[in-house]
Design a protein around this ligand. Structure first.
Ligand code: KG4
Length: 341
């Protein structure tokens, strides 16, 4: 009998619902919240209010596009954490209410595990582009930058991570400093195409004593200092060159660390996940580095890298098949770590 899961994602500022049937994505609806643009970053209170407005229309649309009714569902899955508490609570409460009304199981999902599980979302029943276990995955998003050993759908070990800012956070802060607005990653990605990535030499930080860890706060400060110096001297700078050089420094560090980890741990399969994994410069640099080193490179389509509910449904599908059922009294956990339930 087929398994049909409704996935719900509301950890930050995207309200998303998706229907997954036996690993195949039948629908994936994402409502992004434009309200934060005016503030240059996510305002938690506004995010949870927007989730409340969006959740019912988004779920209705996901069911409609998938051609399923609530009675066809085997279970409802939701993001338990990590994320913003007010945002997580909207998805958590909705999932609890919906499963209670339908008298079907509830499955809680770890958002970080789900980013990796985006690789297992099939476009059709004969889609076999998924990476075979084990593989190494670089998860780079607004809240995380981690290198993860992936042994199975729920056995994941972090071997390196950022000791300060996440890569996406650095993109967002630099974008704000040059007046590009929020979210900064896609805007830097676009503007960088017009700039020279070697115009300004920004630092590539190394973390003493831990070769797989990252540090992006020094790079971010260096970009901000560069802008301040230019402003003090009343010198103009080329925004495209600046963001291209910043992006180049981030990509360089991510690629170097990832390839080093693949070599040291003997991985011939490497995957990327998370919002920053949709960055075009990172995708092409990683693709080339993997090719040069005889490593097979796996990359979900950009829409499945940024926050979406299809990855929640995909992660929950494996949990559900393994017999995992969540209790109706569990709560959202804003600082949930990879590997924690
Ligand atoms: O995975 P995601 O949607 O949310 C989290 O789980 O954090 O990642 C959002 C982050 C933001 O910091 C955003 O600026 C960044 O991913 N991002 C990008 C790109 N698209 C999104 N960064 C660089 N280039 C992109 N094309």
């Amino acid at each position: 009998m087929s398994i049909t899961i409704l996935g719900i994602e509301s950890s930050c500022d995207d309200t998303s619902a998706a229907v997954i049937r036996d690993e195949v994505m039948l629908s994936n609806v994402i409502a992004s919240q434009a309200v934060h643009e005016a503030y240059g970053g996510v305002v938690p209170e506004l995010a949870s209010r927007a989730h409340q407005q969006n959740i019912i229309p988004v779920v209705s649309e996901a069911l409609k596009r998938a051609g399923v009714t609530p009675e066809d569902l085997s279970a409802v899955a939701f993001t338990r954490g990590p994320g913003l508490m007010g945002s997580l609570l909207v998805g958590t409460s909705f999932a609890k209410g919906f499963t209670t009304a339908l008298n079907i199981p509830l499955v809680d999902v770890n958002h970080l595990q789900a980013h990796v599980m985006a690789h297992f979302i099939k476009r059709s029943p004969d889609d076999n582009t998924q990476p075979p276990f084990p593989f190494l995955c670089l998860l780079v998003s607004g809240g995380n930058s981690q290198i993860i050993k992936v042994e199975s759908y729920n056995e994941m070990t972090v071997i390196g991570q950022t000791i300060d800012d996440a890569a996406g956070e650095a993109f967002d802060k630099v974008a704000r400093a040059v007046g590009l607005g929020y979210p900064g990653g896609p805007k830097i990605d676009k503007l960088a195409k017009e700039g020279n990535p070697d115009a300004i030499e920004f630092p590539r930080a190394k973390v003493a004593g831990s070769e797989y860890d990252f540090s992006f706060s020094g790079l971010k400060s260096s970009v901000l200092n560069y802008i301040n110096k230019c402003e003090m001297k009343k010198e103009a700078f080329d925004r495209a060159d600046l963001v291209a050089s910043f992006q180049n420094a981030v990509v360089d560090v991510l690629v170097t660390h990832a390839i080093h980890a693949c070599r040291e741990y003997n991985f011939e399969k490497f995957a990327i996940a998370g919002g920053v994994a949709s960055n075009s410069a990172l995708r092409s640099a990683m693709s080339k580095a993997c090719e040069d080193n005889g490593i097979k490179f796996y990359h979900p389509s950009p829409i499945l890298c940024t926050d979406n509910a299809a990855m929640i449904g995909a992660a929950a599908y494996y949990e559900y098949k393994a017999g995992v059922r969540s209790s109706w009294d569990l709560n959202a956990v804003p600082n949930l770590k990879l590997g924690e339930k």
